[in-house]
Design a protein around this ligand. Sequence first.
Ligand code: NAP
Length: 246
Amino acid sequence: MTDFNAQKVVVSGATRGIGRAITLAFLEHGATVIGIYGGNSASAEAFQTECAAFGEQLQLHQCDVSDSTQVDAFFAKVEEEFDTIDILVNNAGIRRDKLLAMMDMESWQQVIDINLTGTFTMSRKAVLLMLKQKYGRIINITSPVSTMGLAGQTNYGASKAGQIGLTRSLCKETAKKKITVNCVSPGFIGTELIDDLSPEQVKAYKKMVPMRRFGKVEEVADAVLFLASKKASYITGAVLDINGGL
Ligand code: NAP
């Protein structure tokens, strides 16, 4: 699709699910990826081993995106080694589903902190680095729940709608500096995030999708690479749906 040679990409949630596919796609297209994972060191080590052939093209760091101190320290290291970055993909995300009336503060707060505040903490630092070269691409992974809603996901839906609001305001701040900010909104994608769904739920959700199947992580990665490419130079503030027509 395009050549990302010599481009530096930060991906959060880089070692599992959708983020893993995004990271692999960037590596295959020549980029250097500085990936972040939350707490699952076993998955991160396995992924690093699997990517051995890419050598120094891949670095992995443990960093909690909801903790601004950790994020600031991460970006200080990135700046020291790479000076600036070209692309940020805010992909890290969690679910803690409960009906609102039963929802404890922790389930509400964790989801908002990681999914929405994490997008803020990461973007704030990335923009400062991108401003140095007056170029950048920020892609936030949101969800159709932001607009459709889903019972049990008031926390998740609010966090994902918040990412779209952040995207639409930030793109206006950075447009003149050639930093675009967009969302990719995947529908149901077969990852560990949704592997707690019962067979009945999977059947019902697949029936909701006009294409009658869940999406593949690679199909999301392709969309992210397009928005991250120089071919997407006049697209900013957009939400690109990858959901089989949902
Ligand atoms: P996943 O397989 O559960 O992977 C989530 C990733 O986020 C993991 O790499 C995890 O790191 C990382 N992460 C979690 N908390 C973090 C934190 N505090 N700091 C840094 N990293 C953290 O999920 P996925 O399905 O790939 O989802 C990726 C994104 O797509 C999420 O934003 C999700 O909301 C969105 N999305 C997913 C679907 C879907 O159907 N799968 C649909 C729409 C949108 P560890 O490995 O260390 O835990």
